[in-house]
Design a protein around this ligand. Structure first.
Ligand code: FES
Length: 103
């Protein structure tokens, strides 16, 4: 499966904990990776944008949208969803993204 990499993605290789199921994918609406994957499994959205019905995921700052799309593609193809950022990088880059967006 090809990876979807957002334009603002900063590839860095650092030690850290990978994004686990109970980590948030959408920080704006506190939606975990587990919730997104379960939503896809149960509700079978036809397009990634329907993940907004999963607790509003992706409808805030927009940071998580590329990752939601990545989850959608992987989960609908019965693939594991792997985020290529550590949990700390994910949270940190989201904070940077919000700061840059508010300038
Ligand atoms: S982190 Fe998901 S919309 Fe902001």
């Amino acid at each position: 499966m090809g990876l979807i990499v957002p334009a603002f993605f900063k590839p860095q290789v650092r030690a850290g904990r990978k994004v686990e199921l109970d980590d948030k994918l959408c920080y704006c609406f506190h939606v975990s990776k587990r919730k997104v994957i379960n939503h896809i499994r149960v509700h079978k959205p036809r397009v990634a944008s329907q993940l907004s019905e999963c607790g509003g995921a992706g409808t805030g700052c927009g940071w998580c949208v590329p990752f939601l799309k990545q989850c959608f593609v992987a989960a609908t193809n019965d693939k594991d969803v792997e985020i290529l950022l550590t949990a700390e990088e994910y949270e940190g880059q989201r904070a940077d993204y919000r700061l840059a967006k508010n300038q």
